[in-house]
Design a protein around this ligand. Sequence first.
Ligand code: ZN
Length: 374
Amino acid sequence: MGSEVIDLGDATLLPGLIDTHTHLLTRLDTAKEIDPEKGIRILQTETSRRVLLGAAMAREMMDAGYTSVRDLGNSGRNGDVALRDAIEEGLIPGPRMQVSTRALSPIGGQFRHLPAISQPLVDEEYAVITGVEEARKAVRQAIYDGADLIKVIVNKGSLVLSSDEMKVIVEEAHRAKRKVAAHATHGPALRIATGAGVDSIEHGYIVPDDVWKEMAQKKIYLVPTDATLEGYKAFLVTPRHLPLDEEMTIVRELSTFNQGNTARLTIARKLGVPIAAGSDRYFRSERQTRGQASLDVLLSYVEAGMTPLEAIRTTTICAADLMGWAQKVGSLAPGKFADIIAVKGDPMKDITTLARISFVMKGGSIVRNSKQTK
Ligand SMILES: [Zn+2]
């Protein structure tokens, strides 16, 4: 009764994709801004401007098939909340969002040493933690500001949040039914974060075996924000136009990094650590939209030995589970939101076909329906 039939030909249908690590309100020009003063322009950009950038990135994500994202900070003061709410109210198109507001972090946020006079600007971007009570207060502030989850930078350089601080963060967040996403790359941060019972480890480049086991046992997700070698090169090499010998050095370092990432993914999978996909795209991609560029992370998982189906699960059903949205999204079933995409070809055989999305539906509304492939 009143239902419409949509003929998509021989396309493959999948649940809408989910990216569990986005920064929609940040877009750096890699060449100028990553190095040496990482993201310094962030501090000079008003939140209002960044919300408009976020609206554009949200649209680009959705056009590429992403119907849900978990946005993990670098959004100015509550810019992510404004974006999420505008999408929810139907004012602008975009994926369903969970947002973290400002990330909790050690002194200085994720910036290199800045003059003391910049502190108020750092406070717009990060909630700096220097003790247990401050940690508790920062979680409550984030919840008050509208956070759906808490993002914590556990380590930055040699600064690492303490076990006590992390425990209070998790306790306070869980009490309010908010999950905790922990940025932890290597060293003691991993053990501190998993010990405190966070819900996901973001990045996790160098993880000791006992921590992998603890993650598997506690069902703590790994969100590997990896890229293919081509992806890394596009990010770190291409925009710089370096002298050839310098470029070769960077490419060599990147391939070592890439091999390390591949190896750790194999261990994590063998030990049964749950994995959810996260692109961590926060920079401008040449010739690709944010959504198209975000698919690179899935290619990297397949390069690292996952089957295409396994990689698709990290960006659908597993991602939904990490977000606590397994009842709503991540699979095609009665009672869930009709977030559906159609792809030309068979992504189970060839993951790169995900780049040829011809149809996107969010919550039963058609967002995109193009007959021809790109
Ligand atoms: Zn990130």
